[in-house]
Design a protein around this ligand. Structure first.
Ligand code: GMT
Length: 375
């Protein structure tokens, strides 16, 4: 198949998943064309069967902001026509599904591709439900030939919020268990001696509740020698820095900023913490589980489909700092329990969220969609 993929290329779960999917599809013999505003950050090196096309951003004095959704649509159209694309997979509804739809309409009828749209979470929960985006999000979903969501929770949320005429299918995110392993890594980069390493990885948006990470860590550090490693960048980072200073734990925290090769550092962690307001899936917890790292997360959204409470980590209510700290201390001070959780986490990652199985689900969906589209 000749497949086009559009995604947000910067560090973020939807872009990561789309890129890893494209790489896996190319390995299975499909030709994959990415159309994005910059080269997706996990698309490093040369891959047979993969092409990456960057979108020009038109800066004309009349435009207050560049009409990027239109330039994206124009580029998709150009690539689709030149490379005779069969199917376009848009990751994240806005603007990607809308631009893919516009490009589809611009193509001559005989050249039109089918569209699969994958919803990742905030495109529905935050952006899509904003009144200024609601109708265009709904329209783009209804005009797609298939819509998928990354958890059962997100599927239900989408159906509830949008009352769609068509069906939304759940296809879970996946992890590559060869890349994310428990290979030995150098813990000494982050901690000394018996100090435990607590890790948080995110884009530091308000939904991630990064100040909760620091508050929980303060309680952990009062009882267990520990370091907090914060990975990522975003608007709430300075709030986390401020709370850490107030609580007197600033010296125990290291901020790594944006870091690309997560598989190199994740296995160093003794615990990964993700106290989000809601999380449609939680790719970081899944990658942590694949590395045999227990996860402390909130019982919110689709994350409960990923992390099994008491088995692969712990789930607490959003904002319940005391419970989160108690569960974290429990894991960090019981090595046998932590080890068992790690083992069960990797088993779960391999069993439910295995790269080969999930990619095969997408392939089957593409074949079904194309079959109906060509009739
Ligand atoms: O985490 C983010 O805010 C980034 C966002 C994205 O689109 O890149 O992540 C969403 O998609 C990921 C991949 O499907 C999911 O693992 C995240 O749970 C989801 N984020 C939220 O729902 C907040």
């Amino acid at each position: 198949m000749r497949i086009g993929i559009t995604c947000h290329p910067s560090a973020g779960g939807s872009g990561i998943l789309a890129t890893e999917l494209g790489i896996a599809l190319a390995e299975r013999g499909h030709t994959v064309h990415f159309v994005t505003f910059e080269v997706p950050f996990r698309l490093k090196g040369f891959h047979t069967n993969i092409y990456s096309h960057s979108v020009d951003v038109a800066a004309y004095p009349l435009f207050r902001t560049p009409p990027s959704a239109l330039t994206l649509a124009a580029k998709i159209c150009e690539v689709a026509e030149e490379h005779e694309i069969d199917l376009w997979h848009a990751h994240y509804a806005i603007p990607n599904a809308a631009s893919a739809l516009f490009a589809q309409m611009m193509l001559p009828e005989a050249r039109r591709y089918a569209i699969v749209t994958t919803l990742h979470g905030t495109d529905i929960t935050l952006v899509g439900t904003d009144p200024s985006f609601f109708r265009i999000t709904k329209f783009a979903m209804e005009q797609s030939q298939a819509v998928t969501a990354v958890s059962r929770w997100l599927t239900a949320e989408t159906e509830r919020e949008f009352g769609l005429t068509g069906r939304v299918r759940t296809i879970y995110n996946f992890v590559d268990p060869r890349k994310f392993t428990d290979a030995p890594v150098r813990r000494c980069h982050f901690a000394e001696g018996r100090e435990k390493i607590v890790m948080h990885i995110s884009n530091f948006r308000p939904v991630k509740r990064v100040t909760d990470v620091v508050r929980v860590f303060k309680r952990i550090a009062d009882r267990v020698p520990a370091r907090l490693v914060m990975v990522g960048e975003g608007p709430e980072r300075m709030a986390a820095v401020g709370v850490a200073r107030q609580l007197g734990v600033a010296d125990n925290i290291r901020y790594l900023g944006d870091y690309e090769n997560m598989e190199e550092i994740l296995p160093c962690a003794d615990l990964v913490i993700q106290p989000s307001e809601h999380e449609s899936f939680g790719l970081v917890p899944l990658e942590a589980m694949a590395c045999r790292v227990p996860v402390l997360a909130t019982r919110s959204g689709g994350i409960v489909e990923v992390v099994e409470d008491g088995v692969t980590g712990a789930l607490c209510e959003v904002g319940d700092i005391e419970s989160m700290a108690a569960r974290a201390i429990d894991i960090l001070t019981d090595e046998a329990k932590a080890r068992e959780m790690g083992v069960r986490g990797r088993e779960r990652a391999l069993h439910l969220f295995n790269r080969e199985d999930i990619v095969a689900q997408y392939e089957a969906l593409y074949a079904e969609v194309l079959d109906a589209w060509r009739r």
